[in-house]
Design a protein around this ligand. Structure first.
Ligand code: 3PG
Length: 408
């Protein structure tokens, strides 16, 4: 049984003025949020806090600067309001005059969402927590509240100001999502399995996944690769794929930063890595497939091919435990959902222990009518979950546990 060593919202006096960090970062298409799973989970924490008459300002992010998903949080306030069945005010400012005025007006039972914190200087990049505690963002907001609550487990692997800065300068507590995800994901490390343990690694954030292969090599017997990491592994193996074309910005920068690690991982763990045999792409508006031998740098690939999907499904079916981090293809487009859904369905049909991680992957479960109860756990965290799997500490949890020892 994993025990937590941080203070939780149970220890808060009622009627406090709280700054609560949540993570409602979601898939976005044409400026519209596509998945409300994280909102639903945070609503549980917020309901508890509201029952104890706290006044709440929420900090959150959406996307990363430069990405299409980097947008205002205005619509996020409405989605949250639906889940909470009460008004959630929004202010298009995070720590300027307008934000401070709105915070000043907060009364017991009020909820206010501040603007996307990644629009503020000081939030990014990742730096020591003591530097983050000194940012204007933290120094300005902290005095306006009695305490800070971190409910954003899925961002706990980022040393950003809104995660590590506030616990350096004020009382900090873990919210329910933080507490539950931490407990469940940390418990993974304490389990042992007699049979095969498989990790399916996909998604677009290869930079989060690549280093993990080395760290979980004692826990995981085999890896099924897809998504961006699947393509970059084939690029490392000398195939003409895993390159940016037509303005995509997925592959080349991750290749530049991690090619040595990818090559090393292929050389070291090659016999335990299952690479793609075939891939799907678009031709005349429909799904077409090619074997790896037929790929070209000029084509965009959107899914693992049918042969690879069948093979991965077989491997999963024979496993005692299966962990998933990230989708294997662009499942939001039905033509390219086959790889992700075939593997998820195989997991659901098997009596294995399973954890599905990554906000987007959890979205696929709902989108394609799979039942979340057929999985041991569906985590809303991606990068943080996969780090927990590897036993790597999470800086956002460390600052909650021992704020004095993390150079604050
Ligand atoms: C996530 O969606 O995994 C978290 O919100 C972290 O987002 P990031 O990878 O952009 O830091």
């Amino acid at each position: 049984m994993t025990t937590t060593t941080f203070s939780t919202i149970d220890e808060l006096e009622p009627e406090q003025r709280l700054l609560v960090r949540i993570d409602v970062n979601a898939p976005v298409e044409d400026g519209i949020v596509q998945d409300d799973r994280r909102f639903a989970r945070h609503a549980e924490t917020l309901r508890e806090l509201l029952d104890r008459d706290h006044a709440i300002a929420l900090l959150a992010h959406q996307g990363r600067p430069g990405e299409e998903t980097f947008i205002s949080l205005r619509q996020h306030a409405d989605i949250l309001a639906e889940h909470l069945e009460r008004e959630v005010d929004f202010v298009p400012d995070t720590f300027g005059e307008a934000a401070l005025a709105a915070i000043d007006c907060l009364e017991s039972g009020d909820v206010l969402l501040l603007e996307n914190v990644r629009m503020c200087d000081g939030e990014l990049p990742e730096e020591d927590s003591d530097r983050k505690g000194e940012t204007k963002l933290v120094q300005t907001l902290a005095p306006a509240f009695d305490a800070y609550v971190d409910d954003a487990y899925s961002v706990a692997h980022r040393s950003h100001a809104s995660i590590v800065g506030f616990p350096c300068v004020m009382d900090a507590y873990a919210g329910r999502v933080m507490e539950r995800e931490y407990t469940a994901n940390t418990a993974i490390r304490e389990r042992s399995f007699d049979g095969t343990v498989t990790l399916a690694l996909g998604g677009t954030k290869a930079e989060d996944s690549i280093p993990v292969i080395e760290r979980v090599d004692k826990t995981v017997d085999q890896f099924c690769l897809g998504g961006v990491i699947g393509e970059l592994s084939l690029r490392a193996a000398g195939h003409d794929m895993g390159y940016d074309i037509e303005g995509t910005e997925l592959f080349d920068h991750q290749w530049e930063a991690h090619q040595e690690t990818i090559k090393h991982v292929l050389a070291e763990y090659g016999d335990r890595l299952h690479l793609l045999k075939d891939l799907a792409y678009e031709a005349n508006g429909t799904r077409a497939e090619t074997t790896v031998e037929g790929v070209t740098k000029e084509t965009s690939y959107f899914d693992i091919g049918s042969e690879t999907a069948r093979r991965y499904a077989d491997l999963v079916t024979e496993s005692e435990a299966v962990f998933v981090k990230g989708a294997l293809g662009v499942f939001e487009d039905e033509r390219f959902a086959e790889g992700t859904t075939e593997v998820l369905s195989a997991i659901a049909d098997t009596e294995c222990f399973s954890i599905i991680g990554g906000g987007d992957t959890a979205h696929a479960i709902g989108l394609y009518g799979l039942d979340k109860d057929d999985f041991s756990r569906v985590s809303i965290a991606g990068g943080a979950y996969v780090r927990a799997l590897s036993g790597e500490p999470l800086i956002g949890v460390e600052v909650l546990e021992r704020p004095d020892s993390v150079s604050c």
